[in-house]
Design a protein around this ligand. Structure first.
Ligand code: HEC
Length: 97
């Protein structure tokens, strides 16, 4: 059952990547998807995990200063180029709850 669910989620994520919505464009633009995915664990936590655990202010702070020790051992470096889009990014992530 878990395998089927994972496969379904991966397929859904692949579809999302193939046809990104306006909101997700901002995440693709900054290449956040190198380390993050909607539901598949990569270097960073999934967007779903982030949406469940972080507020819009947390998301903005993570872009400005980076974040470490909240989800695992790997830290996220600051993403200075994405700070200007922080509001759109927070909205896009929170929409993936
Ligand atoms: C080099 C890999 C990498 C890149 C690129 C990256 N992240 Fe992360 N991100 C991580 C890791 C690893 C964590 C988990 C850090 C931790 O456990 O504290 C994380 C955590 C986060 C969090 C959680 C913050 C919190 O307080 O809960 C947010 C939001 C986030 N990333 C957004 C982004 C956005 C937006 C981008 C693109 C601008 C991005 N990340 C690019 C690796 C990355």
């Amino acid at each position: 059952m878990k395998k089927i669910l994972t496969a379904a989620l991966t397929a859904a994520a692949a579809l999302t990547l193939a046809a990104p919505t306006m909101a997700e464009d901002v995440l693709l633009k900054h290449k956040c998807n190198t380390c993050h995915d909607v539901a598949a664990k990569k270097v960073g936590p999934t967007w779903k995990d982030v949406a469940a655990k972080a507020s819009a202010a947390d998301i903005k702070a993570a872009l400005e200063k980076g974040v470490k020790g909240k989800y695992g051992k790997v830290p996220m470096p600051p993403q200075p180029k994405a700070v200007a889009d922080a509001d759109a990014i927070a909205k896009a992530i929170m929409a993936m709850k």
